[in-house]
Design a protein around this ligand. Structure first.
Ligand SMILES: [Zn+2]
Length: 282
């Protein structure tokens, strides 16, 4: 297959589910799909609704427009943990400083179809020590915003498990807190369960070397589990290396059902119900 070619569509799910986290604005694949094409391809396999995440200024503004155009979409907005330090240091290509950038996000978050503050959190993989203080400050600002507006918090945690958990504990997590693309082990999954957090699993749970993630999933209650693509990244097995899109959710959902020892239908129903509980109807 050509490197940018879109994988074949998997068999449709019997019960519809929500893609809990996707980026439809990132160009991907040969002949990038427009939003309507993404939504149609997703609906054809039973992915009837999506949460579109815009985590830098342009993308957040775009997200707030798209949720008005497409009833299948809800949105999330934030300054990504790798963006916030650039705004804070005055080195962001937009020339916008941190305070102004955050206040634009806070404004967009008031849109009735923006139901998520995220993705926000800590990323020690792509941002070095010099950006930590700005990341923590931005994370805390986003936590406060989610609580103020009673929105769901979606967390990005890359190589920063202990500090993310610590900030949440110290500031008090919003009532509905989701770890997007959960990447912790079984011990962390148990701790998240005790604290009432939700875990959203993406393509890596399907990877051949994803044993630790499957072990984490195995100790998580079904009603705390969500599924996402994080498209166009993290394409599930057996299509690693190809571009990712919401229509590939069934591949990840089936692995989740398998690991939890429930039927595909039961897993889909639970994910849909949890999505409705978290985000409200749309
Ligand atoms: Zn993402």
């Amino acid at each position: 297959m050509r490197p940018g070619a879109w994988p074949a569509a998997p068999e449709a799910l019997a019960v519809p589910v929500v893609d809990n986290h996707t980026h439809l604005d990132f160009p991907a694949g040969d002949g990038p799909l427009d939003v309507a094409a993404h939504l149609a391809a997703a609906a054809a396999v039973g992915v009837d609704r999506l949460v579109q995440i815009g985590c830098e200024l342009d993308s957040a503004a775009w997200t707030a427009e798209q949720v008005d155009l497409h009833p299948q979409l809800l949105g999330g907005v934030a300054l990504h943990p790798n963006e916030a330090p650039l705004h804070a240091a005055g080195t962001h290509e937009s020339g916008v400083g941190y305070d102004e950038a955050f206040s634009r996000i806070a404004e967009l978050a008031r849109h009735p179809r923006i139901r998520v503050v995220g993705e926000t959190g800590l990323d020690y993989f792509r941002t070095g020590d010099e950006g930590r203080e700005a990341q923590v400050r931005s994370f805390r600002d986003h936590i406060a915003l989610a609580k103020e507006l009673d929105l769901v918090l979606q967390i990005h945690d890359r190589d920063a498990h202990a500090d993310v958990l610590d900030v949440l504990e110290r500031d008090g997590a919003p009532a509905r807190t989701v770890f997007h693309c959960f990447s912790g082990d079984a011990g962390m999954a148990r701790l998240c369960g005790e604290r009432g957090y939700y875990l959203s699993f993406a393509g890596p749970v399907t990877f051949k070397n994803g044993h630790a993630l499957r072990a984490a999933l195995a100790v998580t209650d079904l009603d705390r589990v969500l599924v996402e693509t994080d498209a166009p990244f993290l394409t599930p097995h057996p299509h690693r290396g190809a571009p990712n899109a919401p229509y590939l959710i069934p591949l990840t959902l089936r692995v989740i059902a398998d690991v939890l020892g429930v039927s595909e239908e039961r897993a889909c129903e639970a994910v849909s119900e949890t999505s409705n509980d978290l985000y409200g109807p749309w």
